[in-house]
Design a protein around this ligand. Structure first.
Ligand SMILES: [Zn+2]
Ligand SMILES: [Zn+2]
Length: 343
């Protein structure tokens, strides 16, 4: 039985994350599990929740953090397939299981979904409560820092599956934040030809080159469409918008017949484009939202070492350092941040 209180990072209001003493979670229902959190990644979503004029909403008073792994410490009476000591990753978006989208096998489109670390308490804490159906067993040998990438990789794989990349095809990734960088690593591992990243932050541009990007274009300094064509000839086969507001830019760099993955999440962005650019070039624009069903593949890729993501970590933070670290990352001076709640 864990201690009665613990430290946690609580979303207070626009722009405010507080490190507070909170009651340690207790089992609410017989289907619940209590986890001791090992590591929790900082997601672009967390930065969006915490932005002043947020572009996504978290519930006030909730403990943030949804990219975590941990050890099972307590299980409810109805939980048959986990026991204390098991190591698990958390699938933080929880589908209902009974709506028509769930029934069609598309749980990421569930009409009744809620999110751990947004709607209910998450993993920037010593301990976390999660329903057993949100947990997925992982190997005790998985390096702890790789564990912080399971959720993000699962989301990225959702987009990669839709992109259906063939070896040698050229790729443009707009945005060299953590998601864009994971796309870079995965698409390279999948045999991409040239991978061109589009980024305005000088820090991130340099980091993207070190992480394996073949070129980085700053669209404020160069004409993006021309710069991509100077490298690829006809444009990119696959374009990923990892920002969420760059549909028009994505269309401008795609090759005829290209696929565009809209991945970044921004609930307020709007786009102006000429429909003929899509129709006349037979572009395919594919929305990609989270990646629940790609979770097992993400775990397998990290456990086998098929893709190595831990060199994307630039910020290793204790709970108390989280607000400062998140501000640094939001300013574009860092790639992936992770939190070790017990440090
Ligand atoms: Zn995330
Ligand atoms: Zn559902």
């Amino acid at each position: 039985m864990p201690e009665l209180s613990m430290l946690a990072a609580v979303f207070e209001d626009e722009g405010r994350l507080a490190i507070r003493e909170m009651p340690t979670p207790r089992l609410n229902t017989p289907q619940d599990v209590i986890l001791k959190v090992e590591i929790c990644g900082i997601c672009g979503t967390d930065l969006r929740f915490l932005a002043v004029l947020p572009v996504m909403q978290a519930k006030k008073g909730v403990i943030l953090g949804h990219e975590y792994i941990g050890q099972v410490v307590e299980v409810g009476d109805a939980v048959g397939h986990f026991e204390p000591g098991d190591r698990v990753a958390v699938i933080p978006d929880i589908p209902c299981g009974y709506c028509s989208f769930c029934a069609e096998g598309r749980p990421n489109l569930c009409e009744n979904m809620y999110a751990i670390g947004g709607d209910v308490d998450g993993g920037f804490a010593h301990y976390a409560l999660a329903p057993a159906k949100a947990l997925y067993k992982i190997s005790p040998d998985l390096p702890v820092e790789a564990g912080a990438f399971v959720e993000l990789l699962s989301c990225v794989l959702g987009g990669v599956q839709k992109a259906a990349l063939l070896p040698g095809e050229d790729v443009v990734i707009i945005g060299a934040g953590p998601a864009g960088l994971v796309y870079l690593k995965v698409l390279k591992a999948a045999g991409a030809g040239r991978v061109i990243m589009v980024e305005v932050s000088p820090w991130r541009s340099e980091f993207a080159l070190k992480a394996g990007a073949d070129h980085v274009i700053n669209p404020r300094q160069e004409n993006l469409r021309e710069a991509v064509r100077a490298i690829t000839g006809r444009g990119a086969h696959v374009v990923v918008d990892a920002v969420g507001s760059e549909l028009a830019a994505a269309v401008s760099v795609a090759r005829k017949g290209g696929r565009i993955i809209m991945f970044g999440e921004n609930h307020k962005a709007e786009a102006t484009l000429r429909p003929h650019e899509i129709q006349g070039q037979e572009l395919r624009i594919l929305g990609s939202f989270i990646g629940i069903t790609a979770f097992p593949q993400a775990v397998k890729m990290l456990e086998s070492g098929a893709v190595k993501l831990t060199d994307l970590i630039t910020h290793r933070l204790a709970l108390a350092e989280l607000p400062g670290g998140i501000a640094e990352l939001a300013a574009g001076r860092g790639a992936k941040g992770v939190c070790f709640p017990w440090q």
